[in-house]
Ligand binder design. Structure first.
Ligand code: SF4
Length: 493
């Protein structure tokens, strides 16, 4: 009998390897690898989701009639060897892994890979699309996907008359708004067992009912998002509010990234809500773009550039990760608020990730690999294919412009415009020198001055670089930046 190895991010019903074998015709192998799960500190809620979702999937496969060999092992290699010794499978097959590292080990592990259907654009199709193009623009890929997949299309034209409504989706947070409330997760016996056995090295708050760990729960969350949250998703996508950690964000990326729900289930649902007239084109298009545009573009980019991508550091950033990322202790209200959310939910939404956390790492010059490691062990929806292009490429410009045509560096004025954080902060967003100066503002100008040689040829930062060069207080800004970086290293910022 063959064995199908089901990985922890392949938990959906459409797994292309497993769907070849009806119950009884193959054994299922699932491995909790110590190397993956306990060789470094990981956020409690992330560990809980990964392990509980795997165990719940094993149970549902047994209920469906499969024999499941669920084992814990020091590594995948050891788990496979132990399984082979005990069950002597004719063949071991797996759906292509999302991780380049594991994928490149399959030959040595003597495991046969089946073409993945986890994404709507297979990595080979992305490579074909990319071939011969001088630059890989996400918008071009997105339009190609829209035409190919038919989402939000009226004939060969985009629904609503425009391909992209991003400009309508950048409103600052409203003054008073009642954000959608979320149902609590129905965690059960398996969840309690997992929580009781988490390693001492795990950090962060215990689960508070934010995350479901079964397919049924994930589908309910998707349904809730489509009915209650999606109408608000568009306009305030880029806003940050002290009133709500989740605002109108979908909170489904964790389920997508471990396969509990599929990209087509999300897009079919969004299309349905739009066609029924229950959501605007701005909200529907914004969500479809996130899924078939950004998400699949990030995935394709990862495969196109691995393994060299993970070691990139175009700006030669060498500062170690400062203590505030671990302690959460800082007087910067934007950072403190975001880090509290991360501790409480293993989550922050995309603008908090890009324009607060990654922006701070970028302008302070934190080593990209260290920041990626912190994000990967902390966020509920982390995966190597997500983190490398998004964090290392978009957030830190460590790829020198492959993912982003300019560094996403911003001072306090951007955060002040898009959030209410600065209102309650000891620092002054509009000031760049002096004791009260906003660290983001000081470090933004210092970043431009520090990196002007590397950025000189980039037309998209020419205006900012010109402004930095004309600063009459440049020396004072750089002196204040030294103080700020010293305070940051000492854990006193
Ligand atoms: Fe953040 Fe600066 Fe605003 Fe304070 S003033 S919340 S540090 S951007």
């Amino acid at each position: 009998m063959d064995t199908v190895w089901v990985l922890g991010d392949q938990l959906g019903p459409d797994n292309s390897a497993l769907s070849r074998y009806p119950p009884g015709s193959a054994r299922v192998l699932m491995i909790e690898s110590d190397r993956q799960l306990s060789s470094r500190p990981i956020h409690r809620q992330r560990l809980h989701l990964i392990i509980a979702a795997m165990r719940n999937r094993a149970r549902s496969l047994r209920d469906a009639g499969y024999q499941v060999d669920y084992r814990r092992a020091p590594s995948f290699g050891q788990g496979l060897a132990d399984h082979r010794k005990e069950h002597r499978p004719q063949r071991l097959v797996v759906m292509e892994p999302s991780s380049w590292t594991l994928d490149s080990q399959l030959v040595n592990l003597d495991v046969t890979a089946v073409r993945s259907n986890a994404f709507l654009c297979h990595r080979d199709e992305f490579a074909t699309w990319a071939e011969g193009r001088s630059s890989l623009v996400m918008e071009d890929f997105y339009r190609w996907q829209r035409c190919r997949l038919g989402y939000l299309m009226d004939g060969d034209q985009p629904s609503g008359g425009r391909w992209n409504y991003d400009k309508s989706n950048r409103r600052p947070p409203p003054k008073a708004h009642s954000w959608p409330t979320r149902p609590g997760a129905r965690n059960g016996r398996i969840d309690r067992q997992v929580l009781a056995s988490l390693p001492d090295s795990a950090f962060g708050s215990d689960p508070d009912g934010t995350w479901e760990t079964t397919r049924e729960g994930a589908l309910e969350r998707l349904d809730h998002f489509l009915r209650e949250v999606l109408p608000w998703f568009g306009p305030y996508q880029d806003a940050m509010s002290s009133d709500s950690w989740s605002m109108s964000h979908a909170l489904i990326s964790a389920y997508l990234n471990i396969g509990l729900i599929s990209p087509s289930e999300v897009c079919d649902g969004v299309e349905h809500e739009y066609r029924k007239g229950r959501v605007s084109i701005e909200s529907a298009e914004g969500m479809i773009r996130q899924v078939i545009g950004w998400r699949e573009y990030v995935w394709g980019t990862y495969w196109l550039h691995m393994p060299a991508y993970r070691d990139l550091n175009a700006l030669k950033a060498q500062r170690p990760l400062p203590p505030l990322f671990v302690t959460g202790q800082t007087r910067m209200n934007c950072m403190a608020t975001t880090l509290r959310t991360v501790d409480a939910h293993a989550y922050a939404h995309h603008i908090q990730r890009l324009m607060v956390l990654a922006n701070f790492a970028l302008i302070t010059g934190i080593r990209p690999a260290e920041f990626v490691d912190w994000m990967s062990s902390t966020f509920i929806d982390a995966a190597e294919w997500v983190m490398l292009p998004n964090v290392l490429g978009m957030g830190l410009y460590a790829d020198g412009g492959t993912m982003a045509t300019k560094p996403y560096a911003a001072g306090g004025n951007y955060i002040n415009k898009m959030s209410d954080y600065c209102r309650d902060c000891v620092y002054d967003a509009s000031t760049r020198v002096g004791e009260q100066a906003c660290p983001f503002t000081t470090l933004y100008w210092d970043f431009l001055l520090r990196n002007q040689d590397q950025l000189a040829g980039n037309p998209r930062v020419a205006v900012q670089l010109g402004a930095a060069r004309r600063l009459t207080d440049a020396a004072e800004v750089q002196r204040r930046a030294e103080e700020v970086l010293g305070d940051m290293t000492a854990g006193d910022l």
